[in-house]
Write a protein that binds this ligand. Structure first.
Ligand code: BGC
Length: 749
């Protein structure tokens, strides 16, 4: 075991400026050199090199692949030993004589999944979707969730979690946006980093994924994402760069798509030159499952071929077994590179401490449920409120709850990230369809947290009736005889398909329209992973975006509707009025059969989301950063200083009557070379009525700079001059402005 002379590591959680000490055991596992402190022990690099030197070629080749367990129609691969019961997405043989455990990976960001691998596994905590975590604007929740997921992984013997999805939301039709944190690189980086830090603090490796621009599901294996390399550095790549710096993830998972013509898993420029070269990333790159058509991706920067049975399905052959061995035998694949791949994998194992596991600590599932609940509480966003909320608990109201299977539970996103909760789903309904990758396997899954039951608990004086939103006419009948209607609008979104438009399925828009017309006190609760069009918006008094709020979601929704919890979530993605406001009103390839080569030109470059809306001077339905509260906040004393970066200071005060949390946001709006909108920082501040707090936001200078270079390589350039900065409640409501001079400089990579 390692003995480290000095072990003090302080992680600063972004603009939220919270700090904590990592545990001593974690620091020890990472080794002194990994933390940049003095040590008498060999560094993880030394250890990885020494171990690798003792390995045979068979052992080396075994380490650079992973095998999927038996599920989803796959039979058990003979290379997975019979005594391995805890299978999941990935199994890589260990080397016991060298103390290297088998590497076993599972999905992922919202809890430990189990799409049929382990019949005896009775379920895990189904945390809220990542978009909920992002909506909280509280990176500490990502950390707490990550720790909990790490614990639940560890007790099942998984030492790798395929978590940390940080693709930016570039298109609000992307089926997987619920698995990501939002549209802004800084915001996504903070959340991705804290999720990874939480998981890795439990000695479980985490990925960050999907590197990069896998921002739509349509034809994802044949998708070519075209982008200007410098703009890429200022957006999606910046999210990865910052998240990597803040969390040192053991692995990066490459995406399915091509970027500028080269597949992500074999993209020499993005893997070798940017990730490992310019950024000096020392961990390993694993492919996504079924993303490796060629053996020479090993030369182009890929270190491990994941779930290789999927490559057989997708491309007809395994890449890193026989074909790579043949190239090796013929001298076309160098030994140094094989060693490098192996060392990177070993280094991450040592740095995170997966070789140091003792018995797994017991898991407190009640505590994990609390984390899921608190995340939902902070992530649910109040979009509209014309006095309908909160619903008073002390009145004998007649309330009609309509639709969304609210009598059963809350929906969840689908695909590899979907978590089977303890005790199973509260219901599932096959949707089917030819559309997309999962087509006929697409299901509506309900997590067992019924908003209806929770509302009944919190409103004991009320008489609450449920209507299943079967027809608009039937729902309207209930709406006409109650004082208040709470109508739920749900949508199934998931991996393998995109949404053709922003409507709600199953005629729910018509139902909501009918109840809104029939009752002036209609409140709508949305449970979706993306914005919806809300054609009935003017007919309802309140709208709440609850996203996919996880296994305690029904409780959180009821608490927010009744004012037990004051809403504080903020939108991490822009809600457009219509798709015509987006860079691509038509989604390329959406009408083509799965498997059609598709090109998406990201001509908006780094101007993603709110940046695009600012550049085009468009007003969205609800802007990035937006969310209402049951109290009110004022800002004053806004001042900024310049120099090497912008530092902004201001006072935020709760001027309302109840306690609440606000998320003031600081944006760059103008630079010497012209208008440019960039989120520079934010802080979630909890305040009692009348209470004030001084907040300081110091911008990462890359958010003020332009990337100056060719093919993604170069430096960050700040041009001298005055930079205009605004303090706002959202990207669409900037209240105070100030400016400061920055000095010219070229920095970083
Ligand atoms: C997904 C990944 C996931 C992997 C393993 C892929 O289809 O894109 O996010 O981690 O499967 O299940």
């Amino acid at each position: 075991m390692l003995v480290v002379a000095v072990v003090v590591a302080v992680l600063v959680v972004g603009a939220a400026s919270a700090t904590w000490n990592t545990e001593k055991e974690m620091a020890m596992a990472r080794s002194g050199k990994a933390l940049g402190v003095a040590t008498h022990e060999p560094s993880v690099d030394d250890r990885a090199r020494e171990t690798e030197q003792q390995m045979t070629d068979d052992e080396r080749f075994a380490l650079i692949i992973s095998l999927i367990g038996p599920a989803m129609g796959l039979s058990r691969d003979k290379r997975i030993p019979e005594d391995v019961k805890n299978t999941s997405a990935g199994y890589t043989q260990g080397i016991s004589r060298l103390g290297i455990p088998a590497l076993q990976s599972s999905d992922a960001s919202m809890g430990v999944t189990n799409p049929g691998y382990r019949p005896d596994d009775k379920g895990a905590t189904a945390f809220p979707a990542s978009i909920v975590v992002g909506s909280s604007f509280n990176p500490q929740l990502a950390h707490a969730g990550g720790q909990a997921i790490g614990r639940e992984a560890r007790i099942r013997g998984f030492n790798i979690m395929l978590a940390g999805g940080i693709n930016l939301v570039r298109d609000v039709r992307n089926g997987r946006n619920f698995e990501y944190y939002g549209e802004d690189p800084w915001h996504s980086a903070l959340f991705g980093a804290e999720a990874v830090n939480g998981i890795q603090s439990r000695h479980v490796i985490s990925t960050l994924k999907h590197y990069t621009l896998n921002n739509n599901e349509t034809n994802r294996h044949w998708l070519d994402a075209i982008i200007d390399p410098a703009a890429h550095r200022e957006s999606d790549l910046l999210a990865f760069q910052i998240a990597i710096e803040r969390s040192q993830p053991g692995s990066i998972m490459s995406g399915y798509n091509k970027i500028n013509g080269e597949y992500a898993s074999g993209n020499h420029q993005l893997l070798n030159e940017v990730l490992k070269g310019a950024w000096g990333y020392k961990g390993y790159v694993m492919s996504d499952w079924g993303a490796v058509p060629e053996w020479d991706y090993a030369v182009k920067g890929l270190d491990q071929e994941s779930g290789i049975q999927f490559d057989v399905k997708q491309w007809g052959a395994e890449a890193f077994t026989d074909r790579l061995r043949k190239a090796y035998a013929e001298g076309r694949f160098p030994k140094e590179r094989l060693s490098d791949m192996v060392r990177r994998i070993l280094r991450s194992a040592y740095a995170v401490g997966v070789d140091m596991w003792g018995p797994a600590p017991a898991v407190d599932m009640a505590k994990h449920n609390e984390i899921a609940l608190e995340t939902a509480r902070q992530g649910i966003v109040l979009l509209k409120n014309e006095g309908a909320l909160p619903i008073p608990a002390d009145k004998p109201l007649k309330i009609g709850v309509v639709g969304g299977y609210a009598q059963r539970g809350v929906p969840t996103g689908t695909g590899s990230g979907a978590v089977l909760p303890v005790g199973g789903y509260a219901g599932s309904m096959p949707i089917g369809g030819a559309h997309g990758l999962i087509g006929n396997a697409r299901n509506l899954y309900l997590l067992p947290s019924s908003p209806l039951a929770e509302l009944k608990k919190l409103l004991p004086q009320a008489q609450i009736d449920f209507d299943g939103a079967y027809t608009p006419a039937e729902s309207a009948m209930l709406a006409r005889r109650v004082d208040v209607v709470i109508a739920f609008g749900i949508r199934v979104e998931g991996e393998g398909f995109d949404l053709p438009d922003l409507s709600l399925p199953w005629g729910q828009d018509a139902v909501i329209d009918a109840v809104g017309t029939s009752n002036p006190n209609t409140i709508v609760v949305l449970e979706t992973g993306n914005p919806v069009s809300m054609p009935w918006r003017s007919k309802v008094k309140a709208v709440v975006e609850a996203w996919y709020p996880g296994q305690a979601g029904g409780t959180a929704i009821a608490e927010i509707l009744t004012g037990k919890v004051n809403p504080s979530g903020r939108l991490p993605i822009t809600f457009p009025e219509t798709l015509a406001q987006n860079p691509r009103p038509e989604l390329p390839g959406i009408e083509t059969p799965w498997g059609t080569p598709t090109t998406i030109r990201y001509d908006e470059g780094a101007e993603v989301g709110y940046r695009w809306f600012a550049q085009k001077k468009q007003k969205p339905m609800y802007p990035f950063g937006y969310g209402l509260s049951y109290t009110a906040f004022d800002y004053d004393n806004f001042s900024v200083t310049g120099g090497e970066t912008i530092t902004a200071t201001f006072i935020v005060t709760n001027v309302g009557k109840v306690a609440g949390a606000d998320v003031p946001q600081v944006y760059l709006t103008d630079a010497p070379d012209g208008p440019r909108m960039r989120l520079l920082g934010f802080e979630r501040v909890e305040l009692e009525p009348g209470e004030s707090k001084t907040v300081t936001v110091k911008a990462d200078p890359r958010l003020l700079a332009r990337f100056d270079g060719k093919k993604g390589l170069g430096q960050w350039r700040i041009t001298a001059g005055r930079y205009r900065v605004a303090l706002g409640k959202s990207a669409g409501e900037l209240l105070l402005t100030a400016e400061a001079p920055l000095t010219t400089r070229l920095f970083g990579k």
